[in-house]
Design a binder for this molecule. Sequence first.
Ligand SMILES: [Zn+2]
Ligand SMILES: [Zn+2]
Length: 338
Amino acid sequence: MRAFGLNYTSRQLELREMPEPELEAPTEVLLRIREVGVCGTDRELALFRLGFPPAGEDFLILGHEALAEVIACGNGVRDLKPGDWVVPMVRRPCRPPCPSCARGRRDLCLAPVSHERGICGLHGYLAGYAVDEEEDLVRVPASLVDYAVLIEPLSVVEKAVETALRVHEPGARRALVLGAGPIGILAALVLELRGLEVAVHSLEPADHPRAALLAEAGIAYRQRIEGPEADILIEATGSADVTFAGIEQLAPLGVAVLLGADDASGRFPFRKLIVGNRAVIGSVNAGPGAFAAAVEDLGRFDRRILERLIRRLPLEAAAQSILGPPEVAPKRVHVVAD
Ligand SMILES: [Zn+2]
Ligand SMILES: [Zn+2]
């Protein structure tokens, strides 16, 4: 099968031939990969800022935002059957399980190193086929297949929004999202579904297609961090400066969840946090509950908006997606098999 990934010897991206994986345990499922989305994590991997290949190998198949079709099941598989559509979770529980993994929250794993498909120590999904344990797969209704490649990034957003609303005292009304990439736009859509008044801050000009897309979804777009203070803040920009500015914009009792900000030194408003009972929280990855919420919310979003979030390209263009400049359509998705 064709597989796209990172060669750790030549330190380059490459498309190569690899043997197809086979079922080895009764609880395993053989998948044919339909499509895979690319994100900032893939760019960080290609810069060797994070991640590592499977033990004993010098190549890592990239791709962690996958949609796949079930081709075959081991005889111990209970709920999936050939023809079903699935999205794999990215992180694998540690063994023996830490307290978080033991209670089903692999996203909160306490092991020093987590294994994540397409990122850390396990091959990803930019390849013709893959094998996974049934417990690592999330079933997707056939009606959502056209947009289901968004479920993995959406699961990260679901965890962040759930955390923010759980920590906030009752009565959160206004939300501010930093960043108009796929994560920022999905966060705005989820917060709007939860009944909040949402604004997105990003640097793109006001006539940029991403701003137009947000306007069509009824979400305010601002190039400056201004307006009323926010009860909920979701950071999806990567920029430390923007994050500092956003935290200054938190209302009393406000909760900020950070998803991508870089490390920085700067003025951190401890007194403001204390006096206003404000909270700043980091969040990464997603557990089964967040994936289930993502499947549910995906079915509730306006499909015209989802359509405009995705640009589909062939597998051969994956290097361009990872190394090239950002483009207008928020999410580049590579079609592996039709
Ligand atoms: Zn991603
Ligand atoms: Zn663990």
